[in-house]
Ligand binder design. Structure first.
Ligand SMILES: O=C(O)CCC(=O)C(=O)O
Length: 276
């Protein structure tokens, strides 16, 4: 893919871009092989989100046992160089993978959230590459609030109640509770500046991890979605501690703060693989 000045500018300012035809058929097969490996070799932490509800779906992230095969995929596809050129960063690190599987046309929207509510860092050089293997009309694809990576840092969603998508992750008031974007949109479709795209296999969404994103439900006419997300960071990422309270979340993320760092320090922990 050609990284133009316009694309870089759109990613920096709007926070999300569509990378049309990022992968040809052979490359997409390679990505799928990696996704399938991750599904076949889950960690003990892999979980069902919203278990026992119609919104139940598979989710897994940061499986340490599978990292080598994701690093191989990233190398084979030149994704570190892509990230570096999108930011003009000299160095690039792999933050981790995430797998989503929604099947059977029933699971509803992924709640609106910012990934930066779950990590003790923020800065311009942070991105997700979101790769789905199905053709997705925009109503079944991920949606973004344009430019919101540059705005308020909201509390996260706890992912514990599909009927309350803003149920706080931290809940101690340090960050404002997520707005109920879907309720606002039901009142006024233009209440939030939301952007999304129809996607073909081989397209990918590239976005700043701190942008408000959500959606991508499956429906009877688009019943299955298999998605691999690869996250990267570059030189410009700073330590920004998480709230100091116990989170309401399926994974224990309360130990991610690093008391040896001060807010604003460069954040490049050595346990993340440096790719270049
Ligand atoms: O694919 C989804 O349902 C959610 C994706 C997401 O939250 C992410 O890529 O960070």
């Amino acid at each position: 893919m050609q990284v133009t000045e316009q694309l870089k500018q759109d990613l920096a300012v709007e926070g999300a871009v569509v990378a049309r035809g990022l992968f040809d058929a052979e490359q997409l097969r390679r990505v799928r092989q990696s996704y399938d490996y991750g599904i076949a070799h889950p960690s003990p932490q892999a979980k069902r989100v919203y278990p026992g509800t119609p919104d139940e779906h598979f989710n897994e992230y940061g499986n340490p046992d599978n990292i080598e095969q994701y690093l191989m995929l990233i190398k084979d596809l030149g994704l570190a160089d892509l990230a570096a050129s999108l930011w003009d960063s000299e160095h690039v690190w792999f933050l981790g993978e995430e797998l989503f599987m929604k099947k059977g046309g029933k699971a509803g929207r992924s709640p609106w959230h910012q990934d930066t509510s779950y990590m003790p860092a923020n800065g311009p050089h942070l991105l997700n590459i979101w790769i789905s293997f199905e053709k997705l009309p925009r109503r079944n694809a991920l949606e973004f609030v344009r430019g919101s990576h540059l705005g308020t840092q909201y509390d996260g969603t706890s992912y514990t109640d599909p009927s309350d998508p803003t149920k706080p992750l931290w809940g101690n008031g340090e960050w404002p509770q997520l707005p109920d974007i879907q309720a606002d949109r039901a009142q006024d479709a233009a209440s939030w500046d939301v952007v999304s795209w129809d996607l073909e296999p081989g397209d990918a969404l590239v976005f700043h991890s701190g942008i408000l994103h959500g959606g991508a439900p499956v429906t009877p006419d688009c019943p299955d979605r298999h998605t691999l997300v690869l996250r990267f960071f570059g030189d410009k990422l700073s330590y920004r501690p998480l709230p100091s309270t116990k989170p309401d979340f399926g994974h224990d993320i309360s130990g991610l703060n690093d008391p040896t760092l001060r807010p604003g320090d460069p954040y490049h922990p050595e346990y993340f693989a440096q790719l270049r």
